[in-house]
Design a protein around this ligand. Structure first.
Ligand SMILES: [Zn+2]
Length: 199
C-alpha cells in the first residue's frame, strides 16, 4: 500500500516538473529530517511550511524543502541533496577534460608534422600576426622562393588546430606537386610562387 502511494506521489511530482524550464530530467534527492526517508524533489521546488512560520534566516535553508514524507505521513522539513549540481559539475568537468585532451592531441600531431617539414629543409614560421601573413585572413601559406630560401610554410597565430592540420595536408600535397603553387611572380621579395589558405 505504501509503495503504491509513493509511486503515485512521485508520478505527479515528475509530471509537474515538466513545466519547469530547464529542469525536465534531473531531480535532487531529499532526506526527511525527522525519519531519514529518501525521496526526490524538483530542483527549485521548496514546498510550504505547514505551520506558516517564516523560514529561519539561515543560508542552509536554500537546501531545505517542505515535502510530504511517506513514512511520517505528513509534510516535514527535508534536506535537499545537490544531485543536480553534482551532475552538472561532473559533466562539465568531463567535457572540459575531453576537449583539452583533443586539443593536446591536435597540438602533438601538428608539432610532429611540422618537424617532418623541417627535416626536409622546409622552413616553418609559426604564430604570425595577420599583418605578417602575405594574404589577409590567411590561416596558412605555402611559399616557394626561386632562390636558396626554397619552400616556406607560414602559419597564422589566429589559425585553429583544425585549420592548421588541414593546411598541413594541403602543404604536403603541394610539396609533392609544386606546380600546384601556380605561376611564378616577381616582386621585391624576389621570384616566388605560393598559395594561401583562408578560414
Ligand atoms: Zn519522515
Amino acid at each position: 500500500m505504501r509503495r503504491h502511494l509513493a509511486r503515485s506521489h512521485l508520478g505527479s511530482a515528475v509530471s509537474r516538473d515538466h513545466s519547469a524550464p530547464g529542469n525536465q530530467r534531473f531531480r535532487n534527492r531529499a532526506l526527511c529530517c525527522i525519519c531519514g526517508q529518501l525521496r526526490t524533489v524538483g530542483q527549485y521546488y521548496r514546498g510550504k511550511n505547514p505551520s506558516n512560520e517564516p523560514m529561519p534566516d539561515d543560508p542552509g535553508v536554500r537546501w531545505c524543502a517542505w515535502l510530504r514524507c511517506e513514512h511520517c505521513r505528513e509534510v516535514t522539513l527535508h534536506a535537499v541533496l545537490a544531485d543536480n549540481l553534482n551532475h552538472r559539475w561532473g559533466s562539465a568537468g568531463c567535457d572540459r577534460e575531453r576537449s583539452n585532451r583533443l586539443r593536446d592531441r591536435s597540438r602533438r600531431r601538428i608539432q610532429r608534422r611540422l618537424a617532418g617539414f623541417a627535416a626536409e629543409g622546409i622552413a616553418v614560421i609559426e604564430k604570425l600576426s595577420s599583418e605578417e601573413m602575405q594574404v589577409d585572413s590567411a590561416t596558412l601559406e605555402v611559399v616557394e622562393y626561386d632562390d636558396p630560401r626554397g619552400m616556406e610554410i607560414r602559419i597564422s597565430a589566429a589559425a585553429t588546430p583544425e585549420q592548421v592540420l588541414h593546411g598541413i595536408e594541403v602543404a604536403e600535397d603541394v610539396i609533392d606537386e609544386p606546380d600546384r603553387l601556380g605561376a611564378w611572380m616577381r616582386t621585391d621579395r624576389g621570384r616566388w610562387r605560393g598559395l594561401a589558405l583562408r578560414a
